[in-house]
Design a protein around this ligand. Structure first.
Ligand code: SF4
Length: 65
């Protein structure tokens, strides 16, 4: 399952950070939680609505070829 389906909005949010465990699990942290107590450090995913959502910028350079 891709991140967008698994994590909802968080899967495409600029404030989300993922961490892959040795066992293959992927965890998601909300970086907004560091400075704003309204946000959970580990939001219950999938998130379908969030006032803090900001789209993750597209990667520089585009696609090769
Ligand atoms: S700001 Fe909202 S959408 Fe973005 S990572 Fe945090 S909980 Fe997810």
């Amino acid at each position: 399952m891709n991140d967008a389906r698994r994590f909802g909005l968080c899967g495409g949010c600029a404030h989300a950070q993922t961490l892959d465990s040795k066992t293959g699990s992927r965890f998601l942290f909300c970086l907004r939680a560091r400075q704003d107590p309204r946000y959970a450090k580990y939001p219950p995913v999938p998130v379908f609505a969030c006032p803090g959502f900001e789209p993750r910028p597209a990667r520089e350079g585009g696609t090769a070829g």
